[in-house]
Design a protein. Structure first.
Length: 145
């Protein structure tokens, strides 16, 4: 009976983050003096229940914010949102022109080829550490597996 109880405890103690997978986190290189940078990725949720990305932090930024790009006719604006819903057994993509993480008051320029550490915070999965691969000013880096 003790072994069964221990097995049940272990099964229900498997962290939720095991259900969240972060694919290809990337950012663009920044110009000297820039104070902002954006981060992109695909978040996959293998869980039967939805989760929500509620925040992020990086030692290379004063803060990180969740943003959406909104088009209003010819005007394109960014606005901060409270987070991103990641559907059960689904995914959510952060990409240029859409949802993205904003690195605010970066401490130094992001250079092509480097990796920028960050921690993502989910409602259910908790904290997940990632590294954003920095590509050139023009676009996404090439990812090698």
């Amino acid at each position: 009976m003790r072994i069964f109880s221990l097995l049940v405890l272990v099964c229900f103690s498997i962290p939720a983050w095991a259900q969240i997978e972060i694919e290809k986190p990337w950012s663009r290189a920044t110009a000297p003096g820039a104070k902002l940078a954006a981060g992109y990725m695909v978040i996959r949720n293998a869980s039967a229940s939805p989760d929500r990305l509620i925040g992020a932090s990086s030692p290379l930024a004063a803060r990180m914010e969740t943003h959406l790009t909104v088009r209003d006719g010819e005007i394109v604006r960014m606005r901060q949102v409270k987070g991103y819903d990641v559907p059960a057994n689904g995914s959510f993509e952060l990409k240029p022109g859409g949802a993205h993480l904003m690195f605010v008051d970066i401490k130094r320029p992001f250079k092509e080829g480097e990796k920028i550490p960050a921690t993502l915070r989910f409602e259910k999965a908790g904290e997940i550490k990632v590294e954003f691969q920095v590509g050139g000013l023009a676009g996404a880096p090439s990812h090698q597996h």
